[in-house]
Design a protein around this ligand. Sequence first.
Ligand SMILES: [Fe+2]
Length: 377
Amino acid sequence: MKMRRREFLWTAGAFAAGGCRLPGAAGGDYDVTILGDTHFDETEWGTYHVGWKPRDDRDAGGRRREFARDAAMWKERLPSLIAAAAKCHRPMDAFLLQVGDLVQGDTANAEMELKMYRDALCAVRRGMEELPFLTVAGNHDVRNGGRPVYDSFFPPYLSKEFGRKFDSTTFHFTQGPDAWIVADFMQPDAARLFAALDETEGCRHTFIVCHSPLTPSDNWGFFWFLFGKNEDTALRRRFLARILKRHVIVLCGHLHYTELEEWRRDGGLLTQFSFNSVWGRPEQSTPELLASDPKKWGELYVHKNATDKPEEHDGHYTNRSRAESLALMDEYAPGLVRYEKYDAAGHYRLHVSDAAVTVDFYPGDALVPERTFVLRG
Ligand SMILES: [Fe+2]
């Protein structure tokens, strides 16, 4: 029998005031169904992007390629991926998590942005409507004028889902004995994040949900992580030290890869998993292992592409020299003990208990997991 919505809300509300319960508390085992980036979009040109104005020719070209990718995948593949997730969700599910870039964005006005959010929520929750829904701001969700629409729509929407008041796009709650901290990487709120860590000290597991990773990644968006674009290096390092010490588990998206990384350094532990539901190419239902050696982290992209002329590489390294890129790699490479990167899309199931935290991966529209990643245990 499925956990009914009111049962979940009772559980959630029971811990709202008192913070985390101690490890071993009853009710500490639960699952979360997870979708990566979904980039909800139209399947035929004519609705969401009508009247949208690109910044320039380069922006127009890039966005139109994304619209074409979205149209194909939402017509041919994403409905079956979501149907598979709906068929696989189980009584242990506490909620449905989507890790941001819920929508493609790029609309002409607030009314259309709002319609896109609402249509996306219907599409990605289909068959799982009874599960409380959690999402986090992705860059596509807030760009081109989307920010005020997102800020006015999602905190109340998520508050209703979880039966408590979230008054910002950075917030936290407890699920059983665990802390769940949701971080908006597009407008990082350091004070709230440190306060959330303080308030939930002593929890069994600490999950940080963020659209971007909390570290650099070996791809075109190397600097695009929480506090990565911020020039406050001291803050970035202070936050890294804090989450290492806290043994945080990061659940993120943004990369469009299925990826696991783990650092052990300075007595700390940081485990990060990136989810991907952008099933842009049919072959992504068969995972392709791209990298698995922590010692080779950086060799797929950054070492090859970091340059003193960043504009030659799609502008992704704007204002960053080759020396700066490699220095950042050197800063994050020590202590990287696990690294697996797959070209693969699908849905995922997180299992949480005292003994372990694992992720089952269902590539494409698979109804059985292709593999299980052990995050803890
Ligand atoms: Fe994305």
